[in-house]
Every structure is written in C-alpha cells, then in structure tokens.
Design a protein. Structure first.
Length: 763
C-alpha cells in the first residue's frame, strides 16, 4: 500500500508540471502525423488502382510505420520525465526526510518507478488508440501483431524509466540527470560492438545491448530472451538505485558496497547469459500468418534431424565477402538460424578461418586489393590482415585448409557445409541483391541430409546444352551455377553430366535431360535412352526448329514428333519467332503446380520454337502444357527475323495456330508414375533467356523439376495469404479521424493540463 501511495503522490507531482502535459501533446501529434501520412499514401495507391497488401504491417512496422518511427525517438521523452524524480528530492533536501521516515527505501524507489511506468502506460494507451483505428478501418487487421508491438514499446519504456530513475538518484541537478540518462542509453545502444572477437565477451556485450531488442516484438515475435532482458535491466537499475540510497542511510565500508555492486552485476550478467542460450529460449509468434516462424514444411524437416547437426562456415580472408563471416559479424550471422534453433536443439555452429586463392592472376576476389603484382598468397594475406586489423595467425594457411577440406570447387568463397550422421550438404551465398540464403535454401540443404538429393543427369557428347558453360545457349544458370540462388544445386538437387557412349544411366535418377543435341545420337545412346524410358524413367527433352532429323527417331518411341517449320507470331516490337506461350486448360490435368501458373495468367517466352504433334500409341497420357498464340502460325522456309510484316502463306505450307510447344506425358508404372516433358524450344531455360528476366520462364523451369521430384524440391515455403489488404473507410472518414486525433485530442490535453495547473496555482 505504501508503494501505491508513493506512486499516486509522484504521478500527481508529474502532472502538476507543464512538462508532463507538453510531452503528451507532442507525443500525440508526432505519432499521429506519421500514422495518418501512411494512411493517405495507401488511400492514394488504392485510388490509383494499385494492389495493396499487409496493411497492418505497413502502417505499424514498415519503414515509415508508426512503431518504427516511435522507436527512433522514444528515448528522448523519458529523460524529460525521469530527470526530476529523485534529483528534485535531493536538491530540495526532502531526501533526508524520506530516508528518516518509516518507509523502506525499496518502497520509495518502487513507488516512484511505478509512477513513471504509469505515465508510460498512458503513452502506450495513446498508441493503442491507433491500433483501435486500424482495427476499425483495415479489413482483417492483424490485431495480435499490434499487441505484440505495444508490448515491446511498453517494456522499452519501463526499461528507459528504470535507467532514468537511477541516474536521477546520482545528482541534484535535473539537467545533468537527463543528459546522463541519454549517455547511458547511448552506451547500452553501442555496447554490442565491444569485444566481438572473444566469444564469451561477445555474448555478454550482445546481451547488454539494447539496440534492436524491441524490433522482433514489433514484427510480432515475442521471445523469452528479449522479455527477460528487459526485466533484468529494469531489476539492475532499480537495485542500483536502492543500493545508492542505502549507502546514504547506512555507513558501511567501501569494500562491502563494492561487493554488493559486483555481486548484483555478476548475477544479472549470468542470468542474462543463461537466458540467451538457444536451448532455453521460448517463442510466441503473434502474427496472423505466423510469418515469424518457419513454415510447416521447414518445421517438419528440422524435426526429423535427430541428434547433432554441425554447420561449418568457411571464411576465406581473401574473399570479398570475408567481413560477413568475421567474429565482428558473428551475432548477426547466427541470428539467421534463430528460427531453426527452436526446432534443432542439437544445432552446433563452427567457424573455420583460412586464406587461399587458386588463381592469383585472375581471381575476382583480389581486384579490390589494389596492386598485388609480385606478391605470393602469404604476402597478400598479410596485407589484407593488416588492412582489416586482423591477426593472420588466426587463419589457416592454404596447405592446412586443403588437408582438412577441398574448397577449390566452391571457389574458396564464403560457404557453409552441413554435417549430419556422416552426410554433408552445402549452403552458399549468392550473387544477388540479398546474398544471404533464405528459408527455402536452408531447408533444402537440411532436407538433402535426411531425404537425399534428387539426381538430375544431363546427357553430353552430341553438343547438347552444357551445364558448365556460361554462353547464352547453355544451361548453367538454372542448373549448376553455385552463385545463383535459384539454380537446381542450391534448391536441393544433385546435377551432373552423363556421356552415354561410356556410361550407363543410373536407375536412381529423378530425371534425365536431353538438351537440344545438334548432331545425331549414336545407336548406343538411343538404345540406352529407350531402355531407360521402357523402365519408366523420367525425362526432359528440348529441341529447336531444324532438329527433326536428330530428335524425331527418339521421340517416335513415345509418340511425339517435332513439326517441320518455325512458329511465328508477328509483332511490331519483337522478332517474329518470339512466341509468348500460354498455359493450356490441360495444364491442370498434369499437376496443380502448372494449374497455378495458368490461373495467375503467366506466360512463357519461347524464342524460336517448333510445334509438336503427338499420338497416344505409346500408351502415354499426353497433355498440352504450353501452347502458342491463336493468331500465330507454323511458318515454312526461311524467316527474316528483322521483319515486322511476316505474311501467312498457305501455298508454301504455312499452317495456322495454335500449336502445342510443351507437352507433358505420364504413364502408370505400377507403384510410380512415369513423367516426360517435351519442348519444341530449348532456349526457354537457357542462360541467355533467364538472364533477361522478362517472363516466368524461371518459375516454370523450377516447377518442372519440382514435378519430376514428386514435390520434394525446390522446398515450398508458401504461407497463407494475408487478408489485411483493403480499407473500410473513405478519405472523408479518415480526415475526420485525423482532425480528432491531431486537433481535438492535443487541444483537450493542453486544455486539461492548463486547467489543472491554473487551479493548483490558485490554491
């Protein structure tokens, strides 16, 4: 009861000051301005016909979201409130009366702290008002996301208040207390960067850092480590405040006081270190679609890992991405696996540091090092280590690392290797905007360890499209390019070449690929392919106009033929042989994967394609997957690719469209379903076409191989659709709300504050 009485008295003193009212009014205006600006932007986008989605997150945690902006300025408000809570008592001398009164020091401190928390609750209540507005105006607003954000902000206010209260107890000058509070905020914000090269020190300073502590809560994820952090910091500064006042009441030797302070800090640090251990962290995902948790498929994959999973990250000093793997970046790097730690209690992460380069003269990793002519690997490594203020002794030499593992095939780049029960799987970084592997790539690497990798063999020997060359006609990008995120090898597949003149086709293949041979297949090769097909093997065959003589003898075995001629679709802007293929109605008969592509209205770019014909004499269920436009035709004879006025000529044998250009074929083979794809265009998944990024060819290619692997890879990480995509109010209604919150409410706060202050002055 004494605590409540002190809190009541303290909060009344707060509101007898114009500062408390002024802070409230400014807070309302500042928060409301940002919130309604976001509202206006969304309404303008809707009025222009743009599609909007995830509005709750946009209004509250986006780059210009309410909670994001509040977090940037919240630290400025608390010192204004806390600076006089204790320093006022000290400057007026009333602290002596308090210390001599029959009230315990902890009751004094807790009472005053409770008053600050009560004021903070009012600030949160103001923000909750915007949450109510969102709940009323946004269709299917994510209420729990808002509540999670409010929880994070409230805990941050409570933490700031405890710090401010302690700093106020150290001085009788309120301005000094406010500045000191801001200084402590700055220390707690940047302490996370101290001692990053030593694991234990890094963990402690990372725990102490307040920077980003509320970010996860704002995004909808409440974790025990963050909640415990706020509680521990609050307990630390309140306890320091109590010890500070007890020192003024009791006369004890400095060693006793030092011992108390040391014991308190060590207890807080140990508890914080313990609570941040991955195995002891609990999580609550407050988002409507559980977007802060792994998808169900990833969870199921992680749960199948029974025992220790070791992830070794190999960091090359001479790699351009070396900084991402250094100890200074360790905590950020480890956080990439936070979502997996919840389901992988045996996860162990190691970092291996080395320096190596295979080709000193042509290595792209050394271009940023300036003039290195005449220098050997060790000298270059010494130069880099000196520039980055690193100790070269911490890095293994080329000879040492090569005895442990051969990283030359990986280009000596920053890479991870998963190890589980004697099996290994690679996880790479990519040459795209993000670079960092996401859930799809991490789960694919995990899944390979427990489910095995689907094997994709590419036939070689007759100038087929290569998975090792970078030329436009080849298949490197989508299949075997290690720096490409969406390449098959980074999506869980194992890809390799097979020369049928010397090798047999493995029975364990998921799919055999014959990519546009330009010379006739040998009798041996055809015999092996037909035997493979007769056993029920899956196959992807791609061709081009003019390959009839080469491919038709093989295609005849499955009832398919390449038509003579080239499909054209005249356009004023594009070459006449550029075909925009669309998914046929039969796509849904093949698989829901392709049915979704049809429903979304996607199209394929097929540059130079032959039409296909088929019959079902071979016993396959054959469906047209992709078809040419109805207004095009099959052109016989040579074509002027620069012309825009190609004419239909029935006399020369031209035939009107549409024509099948991609066929899907299936046949029941007892316990499994045989799958075959035939395409009249081989360029749709070539390096040249995928590099242009002008269509849905990449998505279609990945869907093909997902179909061949029976849905195992690539990993599906699709979530339930978010429903908060529209507003239920018009501009006039929003304007009324804006006037109420930015005009009426601040005016009422100022008026109420003025009334109370004038009334008190008169008394």
């Amino acid at each position: 009861m004494k605590i409540l009485k002190i809190a009541k008295l303290e909060i009344s003193i707060l509101f007898y000051s114009p500062v408390a009212w002024l802070v409230l009014a400014i807070f309302v205006v500042q928060s409301g301005t940002g919130f309604f600006t976001s509202f206006a932007m969304v309404q303008e986008a809707i009025s222009m016909g743009e599609r909007t989605s995830d509005l709750t997150a946009s209004f509250f945690i986006g780059m210009s979201g309410l909670f994001t902006k509040i977090l940037d300025t919240l630290y400025l408000y608390i010192p204004l409130l806390s600076m006089g809570v204790m320093s006022r008592e000290m400057s007026s001398g009333s602290i002596k009366l308090l210390l001599s009164s029959p009230v315990k020091i902890k009751e004094i401190i807790l009472g005053k702290y409770l008053a600050l928390v009560g004021y903070g609750a009012i600030l949160v209540l103001i923000l909750a008002g915007y949450g109510v507005i969102a709940a009323i105006t946004i269709d299917h607003a994510d209420i729990y996301l808002i509540l999670s954000g409010l929880t994070g902000i409230f805990l941050l206010i409570c933490t700031y208040s405890a710090i401010g209260l302690f700093m106020s107890s150290l001085t009788s000058y309120q301005v000094v207390a406010a500045i000191s509070t801001l200084a402590v905020f700055a220390v707690l914000r940047y302490v996370g960067g101290i001692g990053q090269r030593i694991d234990f020190i890094r963990d402690l300073t990372y725990f102490l850092s307040i920077s980003g502590r509320a970010d996860e809560m704002l995004k909808g994820l409440i974790s025990s480590k963050d909640v415990i952090y706020f509680i521990l910091i609050i307990c630390l500064f309140l306890s320091l405040c109590i010890l500070r006042l007890q020192a003024g009441r009791e006369s004890k030797h400095w060693t006793v006081l030092t011992g108390k302070y040391t014991l308190l800090i060590c207890l807080i640090l140990f508890t914080g270190y313990l609570s941040s251990r991955p195995a002891l962290i609990g999580y609550i995902d407050m988002t409507a679609t559980k977007s802060m948790t792994l998808t169900r498929g990833s969870q199921d994959t992680a749960k199948k890992i029974d025992g220790e999973l070791e992830i070794n990250t190999y960091v090359n000093l001479l790699d351009r991405s070396v900084y991402s793997g250094l100890p200074v970046s360790r905590n950020g790097d480890l956080s990439l696996f936070d979502g997996y730690r919840r389901f992988l209690p045996g996860l162990k992460m190691n970092y291996v540091y080395y320096y190596d380069v295979e080709d000193l003269k042509n290595s792209p990793n050394l271009t940023y090092q300036g003039d290195i002519s005449g220098m050997n690997k060790h000298q270059i490594a010494e130069k880099v280590a000196e520039n980055m203020e690193l100790d070269l002794d911490d890095f293994m030499s080329p000879d040492q690392i090569r005895k442990q593992i051969n990283l030359i095939p990986e280009g000596n780049t920053l890479v991870r290797q998963f190890r589980y029960k004697g099996k290994t799987s690679w996880l790479r970084f990519y040459n795209d905007f993000n670079r960092i592997p996401g859930e799809a790539e991490i789960t694919a690497a995990l899944k390979r360890l427990i489910a095995g990798a689907p094997k994709v063999a590419f036939i070689t020997g007759d100038n087929e499209r290569s998975i090792e060359k970078s030329g436009d006609r080849n298949y490197l990008i989508f299949s075997n390019s290690k720096p490409t995120r969406r390449a098959l090898i980074n999506q869980g597949f194992e890809v390799f070449n097979i020369d049928l003149s010397t090798q047999e086709i493995p029975d364990s293949l998921s799919v055999l690929v014959l990519g546009d041979p330009t010379t006739a297949l040998t009798a041996v090769a055809q015999k092996k392919i037909k035997a493979y097909l007769n056993k029920g093997g899956n196959m992807l065959i791609t061709g081009e106009p003019g390959r009839r003589q080469i491919l038709n003898p093989l295609l005849e075995h499955i009832g398919v033929q390449l038509l003579n001629g080239t499909l054209v679709s005249p356009s004023e802007d594009n070459a006449p042989d550029l075909i925009m293929g669309t998914f046929s109605k039969q796509a849904k008969e093949t698989d829901t994967l392709f049915a979704r592509l049809r429903r979304s209205g996607t199209y394929m770019i097929m540059q130079g394609t032959a039409g296909l014909s088929f019959d079902r004499s071979a016993g396959f269920k054959t469906d047209t997957l992709v078809t040419s436009p109805e207004f095009g035709w099959n052109k016989q004879g040579p074509i002027d690719l620069a012309a825009t006025d190609v004419k239909f000529n029935p006399i020369s044998g031209d035939q009107p469209g549409p024509f099948p250009i991609v066929l899907s074929m299936t046949k029941n083979k007892g316990s499994f379903l045989q799958k075959i794809i035939v395409s009249g265009d081989a360029d749709f998944m070539s390096n040249g076409e995928l590099a242009k990024d002008r269509s849905y060819n990449e998505q279609f290619t990945l869907k093909l191989f997902k179909w061949f692997s029976n849905g195992r890879f690539p990993v599906e990480i699709k979530r339930a659709a978010k429903l908060d995509n529209s507003l239920k109010v018009n501009k006039k209604q929003v304007s009324a709300l804006k006037v109420a919150y930015l005009g009426v409410l601040p005016a009422l706060i100022v008026a109420l504050g003025s009334f109370i202050l004038i009334r008190r002055k008169r008394k």
